[in-house]
Design a protein around this ligand. Sequence first.
Ligand code: FES
Ligand code: FES
Length: 208
Amino acid sequence: MTENATTRKATTQNAGTQHEPLGPPRAEPTARHTISVEVNGEAVTAEVESRLLLTDFLRHRLRLTGTHVGCEQGACGACTIQLDGQPVRSCLMLAAQVDGRSIRTIEGLAAPGEDLSPVQQAFADQHGLQCGFCTPGFVMSVTSLREQVEATGAAATEAEIQDCVDSSYCRCTGYVNIRKAARQALGVPVEVAGTSQSEADESEGAGA
Ligand code: FES
Ligand code: FES
């Protein structure tokens, strides 16, 4: 093929693939979206950028700072909230994804001056926290399981309780009292039958 023929062919191909420029894609980081979401029972409408994390929307735009941020990669569980009644890691979601959905954060469990929720009370009764950084995540996870138990009438299984205790990282407590709090909140005996405290401590320490 001569050079001219090659040039003509390339020109023809390019002409065939040219398109009118499109508008910015909806996923472009700075594209803006209007979302309507129910947060702790209240309707919220906001304009958010595509790249805005749900944790940042909750903490910085709505000032709901009870949702904590530890790892920002889905590992620690500190940012756990309820989305349509299910526990989710809010650091793994974008604010734009919750349009039309319902969110509950730790602030939605009991208003200032109100009685604590049964799960919050269980954590207080069982001393299931020290610094408290991990606590909102655990409380939201246990709350979801408790609501499932209430809705189905089926008691939580040991595996489900273990999942709740495994759902977040705690760097203070050693998990023993978190497990007790979860069990109290779920209406099962606080002590695991047939397990001594030293065995429980050993088991929890191995899983931490
Ligand atoms: S901050 Fe979301 S899982 Fe750690
Ligand atoms: S109570 Fe401090 S990290 Fe769990």
